[in-house]
Design a protein around this ligand. Structure first.
Ligand SMILES: Nc1ncnc2c1ncn2[C@@H]1O[C@H](COP(=O)(O)OP(=O)(O)OP(=O)(O)O)[C@@H](O)[C@H]1O
Ligand SMILES: [Mg+2]
Length: 422
C-alpha cells in the first residue's frame, strides 16, 4: 500500500484514476491544485508518487522533494515529454485509457523509490533459461554497457530494461523510453536528437543525460535514422546509458538490408535473450499464480484457483503472445468470476498459432483473404492486441489493414475486460 497524490482538476478521469489506484491497494488523495494539496496533506514530499496534470508542470516537480512525479497529458508528444523530464518529472505519458496504462508506470515509479509494497512485477523464475537470464541481468545491470534485449512479443523486454536501470548506479536519474515504432518516421530524428537551432527543443538523448535511454522496437527504426543514430552516438559526449530492445530478428534484417550491421554491433555489446513463455516449464504456474493474485486484487474479485486440467493447459500451451497473453487470459477468467479457472475459461485451447494456420491455408487463398477471414472470425473473442499478436503483425498494421480492406473495428464489443470493469 502506497500513498499516491493525484493533482488534476476534478472530472471524470480523476475519479477513474483514483478508482484504479484504490483497487490496486493504494491510498489515494486528490486535489485540484498544488496549494490545495499542501494545505490538505502537508508536504507533497510525503507522498510515494504524485500524479499530476501537465498544466502543473515545473511547479509540481519543484514541490515534490524527490517524490517521483508522473505527468499526464492530453497530447503526449515527445517534445512535451522532454520538457516535462527537464522540469524534473520522472515520468510522462498520455492520460491512461486502461488500468494497466496507469498501474504499470506507477509500479515502475514505486519500484524506483523502493516504496512498492503492492503488485509484484518483479522478474522471476526457476527454469534453466530464466535462471540464466536473471544471473546475466544481475551481472550486467550495474555496468555501463550498452545492452540489446531480444525476445518475442510480450516476453518482458520492457520489464528487463526497467530492471537494468533500477539496478544501476543511474537508478535515481531518468529512464527515458522511446518506442521507435510509435513515432512517425519524419519526426523520429527531431525527437531523438532535437533541433540544433531551437533551444527549447532538445532531443530525448539529451533528456536522458545522467540516466538511461531505452530504445524500444529498435528494429523499426528507418535506415536513415539508424545512420544518424550511429553518427550521434559516435560523436556524443552525452553521459547516457543505452538499452535497446527488439522483437524482430536483427540478423535477418541485416541480411535483407533493413538494419545496419555497424549499428547492430554498436548496440550488441551485451545481448540478453528473453526466453518465450513456452520454454519456461513450471515457471508458468508460479507466474500464473502471481498474475492471478494481482489481477483479482486489482479487479476487487475473490481469487479463484486453477483446475488441474487448466494447470496442464497452462504448461502445454504454446503462448504466442507470451506473458502478455497469459495476463489477458487470466484477466478474462477473473472477470467471468467462476470458482475455478478451467481451460475453457482461459480460452486458450482453441487458439491455434497463426504461423501454423498460415502454413495450412489453401493455396488459392490469398494473404488478404486469410486476413479478412481471420479477423472477422476472431474479432469478437480477441482484443485488438491479441488479434495482432496471433497474426504476427503490429497493432498499427492491423489498424492500417483494417482501413485498407474495409473491415472497420466494431464500436461495441462484448468483451474488452478493461472497459467492462471501469
Ligand atoms: N516475469 C514477469 N512477471 C510478471 N509480469 C511479467 C513478467 N514478464 C512480463 N510481465 C508482464 O507482461 C507484460 C508484457 O511485458 P513487457 O511489456 O515488458 O514485454 P515486451 O516484451 O516489451 O512486450 P512487447 O513486445 O509487446 O512490447 C507486462 O504487463 C509485464 O508486466
Ligand atoms: Mg515492449
Amino acid at each position: 500500500m502506497s500513498r499516491i497524490v493525484i493533482l488534476i482538476p476534478a472530472d471524470g478521469s480523476r475519479a477513474q484514476l483514483a478508482k484504479w489506484l484504490e483497487a490496486d491497494g493504494h491510498v489515494v488523495l486528490t486535489a485540484e491544485s498544488i496549494s490545495a494539496a499542501t494545505e490538505q496533506f502537508g508536504s507533497l514530499g510525503n507522498a510515494d508518487v504524485i500524479i499530476g496534470d501537465e498544466s502543473f508542470g515545473a511547479r509540481l516537480a519543484a514541490q515534490a522533494q524527490g517524490t517521483p512525479v508522473l505527468i499526464l497529458s492530453r497530447q503526449a508528444t515527445v517534445a512535451e515529454a522532454v520538457k516535462a523530464m527537464k522540469t524534473g518529472a520522472s515520468h510522462y505519458q498520455a492520460y491512461p485509457e486502461t488500468a494497466d496504462q496507469l498501474l504499470i508506470p506507477v509500479h515502475g515509479a514505486l519500484a524506483e523509490t523502493g516504496a512498492d509494497r503492492s503488485g509484484d512485477f518483479s522478474l522471476g523464475g526457476d527454469s534453466p533459461p530464466m535462471r540464466a537470464l536473471l544471473e546475466h541481468i544481475g551481472k550486467v545491470a550495474p555496468t555501463e554497457s550498452t545492452v540489446l534485449i531480444s525476445g518475442e512479443s510480450g516476453t518482458g523486454k520492457e520489464l528487463v530494461a526497467r530492471a537494468l536501470h533500477a539496478r544501476s548506479q543511474r537508478r535515481l536519474a531518468a529512464l527515458i523510453s522511446v518506442n521507435c515504432a510509435a513515432i512517425p518516421t519524419h519526426l523520429i530524428e527531431a525527437e531523438l536528437f532535437g533541433h540544433d537551432q531551437q533551444e527549447d527543443h532538445r532531443g530525448l538523448l539529451e533528456a536522458a543525460e545522467g540516466g538511461t535511454l531505452f530504445l524500444d522496437e529498435i528494429g523499426e527504426l528507418p535506415l536513415d535514422v539508424q545512420g544518424r543514430l550511429l553518427q550521434v552516438l559516435a560523436g556524443s559526449t552525452a553521459n547516457v546509458r543505452l538499452i535497446a530492445a527488439t522483437q524482430r530478428d536483427l540478423a535477418g534484417l541485416i541480411e535483407s538490408q533493413q538494419f545496419r550491421q555497424d549499428l547492430y554491433y554498436r548496440l550488441k555489446v551485451v545481448s540478453l535473450d528473453i526466453p518465450p513463455l513456452r520454454d519456461r516449464g513450471e515457471d508458468i504456474l508460479q507466474l500464473a499464480e502471481d498474475i492471478l493474485t494481482r489481477t483479482s486484487r486489482r479487479l476487487g474479485k475473490p481469487k479463484p484457483g486453477f483446475s488441474s486440467e487448466a494447470k496442464d493447459s497452462l504448461v502445454s500451451y504454446h503462448w504466442p503472445g507470451n506473458v502478455r497473453e497469459l495476463e489477458n487470459a487470466i484477466e478474462r477468467a477473473v472477470i467471468l468470476g467462476e470458482d475455478a479457472i478451467t481451460t475453457s475459461l482461459l480460452a486458450i485451447e482453441t487458439a491455434a498459432p497463426v504461423i501454423d494456420n498460415l502454413a495450412a491455408q489453401t493455396p488459392d487463398q490469398t494473404m488478404e483473404d486469410y486476413f479478412v477471414s481471420f479477423v472477422t472470425a476472431h474479432q469478437d473473442q480477441l482484443t485488438e492486441t491479441e488479434l495482432a499478436e496471433r497474426l504476427g503483425i503490429s497493432r498499427k498494421s492491423l489498424w492500417e489493414r483494417r482501413q485498407r480492406l474495409n473491415i472497420p473495428r466494431k464500436k461495441t464489443r462484448k468483451r474488452g475486460p478493461r472497459r467492462d470493469v471501469s
